[in-house]
Design a protein around this ligand. Sequence first.
Ligand SMILES: [Zn+2]
Length: 104
Amino acid sequence: MAMIYCSDCGAKHSDKAKACPKCGRAVCNTDKSVLVYVLLAFFLGGLGVHKFYAGRSGEGVAMLLMGTIGWALIIPGIVVWIWALVDFIVGLVNMNNPEKIFRK
Ligand SMILES: [Zn+2]
């Protein structure tokens, strides 16, 4: 069991803890990279690939459908690209907060 430091308050706690015992900040134990998420959102976001990477497969399926057969209706295809762009920006903003991006 390793000890890690809370990125908010600096308290030392177990890496097995779900949240910091001092300030309650959610602890992210993922080894996934927000950078990969951001790149996926940018290049393949229209197909929801970054959502699958983040463990949000429900949203991923929705984006995949909108980004493929959704183009038959035009609007869903456009919406999914805007959605992916928003995810891309949210990913950039939360580059150091992976717990906000990835589902545990
Ligand atoms: Zn803390």
